[in-house]
Write a new protein. Structure first.
Length: 102
C-alpha cells in the first residue's frame, strides 16, 4: 500500500472519525459504504476530520509510529516520538499531510 493512500485512510481513524470506509476497484469503484452525503465532486466520499497526521519509520531497526495534531509539525513530532518508543533510532517521516477543511 502506498504511503499516500495509507495516510488518507489513517487520518479519519487517528482523529476519531466515526464510520468505516472501504476501497473498491473495478466496475463498482466509486460506490462507498461510508459516505458524507451531499452532492458534487465529493459525493459518496467519507468526511475527513480537520487536522494533520504523519507516519514515521526506521526501516533499519523496525520502528514505526503515527501521530496527529493541529499542525503538521505537531503531527510529525508525535510520529517521530512514537517511532522511537517502538524501537526506532533513526526515525524519519515517511508521509504527512493535513486536512484543513474538516
Amino acid at each position: 500500500m502506498r504511503a499516500g493512500v495509507l495516510i488518507a485512510l489513517m487520518i479519519p481513524l487517528a482523529l476519531g472519525a466515526g464510520g468505516v470506509a472501504t476501497a473498491q476497484t473495478g466496475a463498482g469503484a466509486g460506490a462507498s459504504s461510508a459516505t458524507s452525503g451531499g452532492e458534487g465532486a465529493n459525493a459518496g466520499l467519507p468526511a475527513l476530520p480537520k487536522g494533520c497526521a504523519a507516519i514515521a519509520i526506521d526501516a533499519a531497526k523496525g520502528g514505526e509510529g503515527n501521530g496527529t495534531g493541529a499542525t503538521l509539525a505537531e503531527a510529525e513530532r508525535s510520529a517521530i516520538e512514537q517511532c522511537k518508543q517502538s524501537g526506532g533510532v533513526n526515525c524519519t517521516i515517511e508521509t504527512s499531510d493535513c486536512n484543513p477543511d474538516g
